[in-house]
Each structure stands twice: as structure tokens, then as C-alpha cells.
Design a protein around this ligand. Structure first.
Ligand code: 7JW
Ligand code: MG
Length: 214
């Protein structure tokens, strides 16, 4: 039977990356997507912006919405301090199965908790189920129409504190106009746009970094 693109991406990781070396996993996926098949990872250009936000923030607790094959999951987790935790939510079971193996190949299972399910279901369970008090960083990279409702849910669930950072991918392409309007107009956020390109292409895209002011 035909393999899927995520399965072929995993194969490229297992063939070209070194077990236990997260940066080689990131590199193998970028090479695969640039030279073999495009895939919707945040990619190397926006990935460098992601790296700088993570390194500057040094977060203890990170929530990623939208795991896909685990590229940004591995990229973020490889930069976290020793006892920091990353929880990543993926709705698609096939993607979750691949991401789990990519995360294992990178040797980052101890830092990452991969949860299969919807953000609407799991955000309200963060505190009771994962013992999360507050989120230092949320990387939003799931379905663009869920960015705004999920942001309001994070607020309502008391998961954001003064200084919590929301970092949203694809605010231009595919685009999340209602989310952008909300975080840029709200007095409760200090928002900043990092212009870049859609992964592995010349099309414009960017990341929006929004600091919650409490
Ligand atoms: O980074 C991304 C890119 C795209 C995407 C797909 C097709 C295009 F033509 C352009 C862009 C979709 C995404 N969905 C969820 C999370 N991230 C995404
Ligand atoms: Mg994306």
C-alpha cells in the first residue's frame, strides 16, 4: 500500500539523522522538505525566529498546538533547560503516530508529552491532568480558525500570566486575520510581527509574538 508523506518524512529522519541528535533530525527534515517533498513544518527560516524566542524566554512550561510530524516540537525541546516540559497537542492520529517516532529518534521523550486530541478538549484539562500551573510559551501552529477561540480559552482557563508569550505561525499564509486583529488591538497583549516566508518557499508569511500583560 502507498506510504503517506509523513511516513516518508519519518523514513528520511531514520535514514539521515543520528539517533539522539535533535539538530540532525531538524536538518534531515528540512533537507527532505526542500529537496524531496514540501511539508508544513515551520521550517528553517521561521525556525530560526522560533529558536530566538525560545532561547530568550527560557521557558519552563511550553504548550504547542499542532504537532504534525514533530519538527517544531523537537526544535523547541532541544533548546529547553533540563527540567522544562513541552506538551504538544495533535488532533490527527496519523500525524501523532509519526511525531511520536520522530521525537523518539531525537531522544527527547523525557521533555515532551505528546497528546492526541483537540485543543478545545485538552486546554481546559491542562491544570488538573498535567499539573500545569501556568504556560510560559504557547506555540500556535494548528488550524488557523482555532487560533482565536483557543487564545480566549487559554485566558479563561487562567493558563496565562503576566509575561506569557503566544507565538503564532502562519499569520499571513494561510493567515489568521481575526487572531491578528485581536492580539494587535487588545490592551492585554504587546504584539510584534516577525516577517519571514512560508516554509521552503518565497511566499510571504510570518510569526506573531504576543506577550500577555495580565
Ligand atoms: O505552516 C503551515 C502551512 C500551511 C499551508 C498549507 C498549504 C499552503 F499552500 C500554504 C500553507 C498549513 C498549515 N496548517 C497548519 C499548521 N501550519 C501550516
Ligand atoms: Mg505552520
Amino acid at each position: 500500500t502507498q506510504s503517506t508523506r509523513p511516513q516518508r518524512l519519518l523514513g528520511a529522519v531514520q535514514k539521515n539523522a543520528t539517533r539522539g541528535d535533535p539538530r540532525s533530525v531538524v536538518k534531515a527534515i528540512d533537507e527532505f522538505c526542500r529537496h524531496k517533498e514540501w511539508a508544513m513544518n515551520v521550517g528553517d527560516e521561521k525556525g530560526c525566529i522560533l529558536d530566538s524566542v525560545v532561547s530568550e524566554l527560557n521557558p519552563a512550561t511550553v504548550l504547542e498546538l499542532g504537532t504534525y510530524c514533530g519538527y517544531s516540537t523537537v526544535r523547541i525541546a532541544s533548546l529547553l533547560p533540563p527540567h522544562a516540559k513541552l506538551i504538544t497537542l495533535e488532533f490527527n492520529p496519523d500525524y501523532a503516530k509519526i511525531a511520536c517516532q520522530v521525537i523518539a529518534w531525537a531522544g527527547l521523550e523525557d521533555k515532551i508529552q505528546l497528546v492526541e486530541g483537540s485543543s478545545a478538549e485538552w486546554i481546559p484539562k491542562m491544570k488538573e491532568h498535567f499539573g500545569v500551573k501556568m504556560l510560559d510559551l504557547v506555540f500556535m501552529d494548528h488550524w488557523k480558525d482555532d487560533y482565536l477561540p483557543d487564545t480566549k480559552l487559554l485566558e479563561d482557563c487562567g493558563l496565562l500570566r503576566k509575561g506569557s508569550v503566544l507565538l503564532a505561525d502562519n499569520v499571513i499564509c494561510p493567515g489568521s486575520p481575526d487572531y491578528l486583529k485581536y492580539v494587535r488591538r487588545s490592551p492585554r497583549y504587546k504584539s510584534q510581527y516577525f516577517r519571514s516566508h512560508l516554509e521552503y518557499t518565497k511566499a510571504e508569511d510570518g510569526l506573531e509574538k504576543s506577550v500577555f500583560l495580565g
